[in-house]
Ligand binder design. Structure first.
Ligand code: NAD
Length: 264
């Protein structure tokens, strides 16, 4: 099979969600072999069925349950790719934004810890085991993409302190990993999405119109982003087309973090 990712083995965490599934679909279309992982098995089943319908020509696609906050679980899925020849692309995408995440006063400690365990430790474990696999299989190049957020670049007026702190950590650790492993050919970039039309945000916003409008107003386009618009960026970062793109905060936000927008 030809394609921009032909011959590459990719793992995606949070593969049943908005960005994760759209990315798996594009990875498959571009010729990658894809291991879709998520904490939710039923959601994974639905997701892989959709992928196979949309991309019947997929080279190889498998699913595996993985809780990214559990190192053994992450190690097991990465090691399972040994039989494929090891991992080439690791998309550490799984993340949560908890409904009880709030400001400095109101955020419960258990929500802080849960958020850090999934959003930060999950990315650490995914990066760590990808490096181990790349070395084991004597690869001279690899691409690790870690999902941060624009909230790590600009302060959010509506607080979600644990989430914001977790994404700042993702950005910092990704940058350092990129520098440490650059001479091995392993690239690390942090994807920074703006608020999107995916369940993660839309469930949290619900019917709360003031909360919704407070976000929409910041977009020069007046709209949230779509998961597919992030997936296209991930394909680029995963492919050899981005071979000189390393250690970046890769912002895909419709211009939001560059804008000075006021209500009409
Ligand atoms: P989503 O909620 O649609 O999907 C997230 C997926 O992660 C779900 O399938 C969920 O089951 C899975 N997941 C949750 N906990 C997990 C765990 N412990 N281990 C493995 N999988 C787990 O979210 P999305 O919008 O596609 O977000 C993907 C990433 O993008 C997240 O890291 C999120 O923080 C980030 N992000 C999203 C937005 C947005 O507005 N949606 C904005 C900026 C950044």
């Amino acid at each position: 099979m030809t394609g921009r990712l032909a011959g590459k083995n990719a793992i995606v965490t949070g593969a049943a969600g908005g960005i994760g599934l759209e990315t798996c679909i594009l990875f498959a279309k571009e010729g990658a072999s894809v291991l879709m992982t998520d904490i939710s098995e039923p959601a994974l089943e639905k997701a892989v069925t959709k992928l196979k319908e949309l991309v019947p020509e997929v080279v190889k696609v498998e699913t595996a349950k993985c809780d990214v906050s559990n190192e053994k679980s992450v190690a097991a899925v990465v090691e399972s790719l040994d039989s494929w020849g090891g991992v080439d692309v690791m998309f550490n995408n799984a993340g949560i934004m908890h409904a009880d995440d709030a400001d400095a006063i109101e955020t419960p400690e258990k929500i802080w810890d849960l958020t850090m365990n999934i959003n930060v430790k999950g990315v650490w474990y995914g990066s760590k085991h990808a490096i181990i696999s790349l070395r084991k299989h004597k690869k001279t190049k690899g691409s690790i993409i870690n999902t941060a957020s624009v909230v790590a670049l600009v302060g959010s007026a509506t607080p979600q302190l644990a989430y914001t702190a977790s994404k700042g950590a993702v950005m910092a650790l990704t940058r350092e990993l990129a520098i440490v492993h650059a001479r091995e050919g392993f690239r690390f970039n942090a994807l920074c999405p703006a608020p999107l039309n995916t369940p993660l945000l839309q469930d949290w916003l619900g019917d709360d119109q003031p909360k919704r409008l407070r976000r929409e107003i910041h977009f020069p386009t007046g709209r949230f982003g779509e998961a597919i618009e992030l997936a296209h960026a991930v394909v680029f970062l995963a492919s050899d087309e981005s071979s000189f793109v390393n250690a970046q905060d890769f912002v895909v936000d419709g211009g939001m973090t560059r804008a000075y927008v006021t209500p009409e």
